[in-house]
Design a binder for this molecule. Sequence first.
Ligand SMILES: C[S@@+](CC[C@H](N)C(=O)[O-])C[C@H]1O[C@@H](n2cnc3c(N)ncnc32)[C@H](O)[C@@H]1O
Length: 247
Amino acid sequence: MKTNYIPKTRIKIYLQKFFNKLFSPIDSPSSQLSIISSLHDDVSPSPHLLDLSITAINELKNIDLIDIASREKIEQKWVSVYPGEHYKLLGALMKTMQPKVVIEIGTFLGQASLVLKKYTPSNAVVHTFDIVKWDEFRDTCFMQSDFNDGKLVQHLDDLTTDSGFIKHKHLLMNADFIFVDALKDGIQEKIILNKLEEIQLKQNCIVMFDDIRMWTMIKIWKDIKRPKMDLTSFGHWSGTGLIDWNG
Ligand SMILES: C[S@@+](CC[C@H](N)C(=O)[O-])C[C@H]1O[C@@H](n2cnc3c(N)ncnc32)[C@H](O)[C@@H]1O
């Protein structure tokens, strides 16, 4: 069966769109309720995180995603939208970090996976996790050949479950970059954070969260007591946050 998106998420999106049509003071293609809040009580970004962010931002202009955008079957080519989408930032981070082990939680149509694959060194492996296989999404950007060289692997395990997490514990402990972009329901991401706290991540591991300014994510992001940085202006309009896990 071809899946378009998880129906519950779709209903939520429609309800928010309806609410915003009625109450939002601005007219934009997408808007959601959020909170502005002081950062004075928050953890400072580490020197490593500041350096990484500045270098990656400088690399943004060198990131070319036209080849991946041409794979998008949907009318809107999200990969090349900038500002507002996180794909260029992902490419710039990979170019700057040169990671060997990359993990993405939430594959969906594959745009981010393809960016991660394109901008990591040839000996890197990108492990992308979803609970739905890539070829079940009607508008997938993947081709079977994307998986042939072993640089991109999809796992159909749920890292929010004990069994899924234990199965991939050593992979997570070996990761240089973990991109968390799954449900954002206010529960899943908290579970992932709690589980990551139980293991020892690599010294320089960077964890990136999508949608940190979404209502369901605000508290989760605020509660992270590790060096972190909000890079929303350079990433996804609904929030992009980086954590220097052991910084
Ligand atoms: C926002 S999309 C990911 C978009 C993708 N990272 C990108 O930037 O192109 C969210 C995806 O998370 C998946 N998902 C939901 N629950 C999940 C879970 N527990 N583990 C992994 N993926 C999950 C959904 O099936 C959906 O494909």
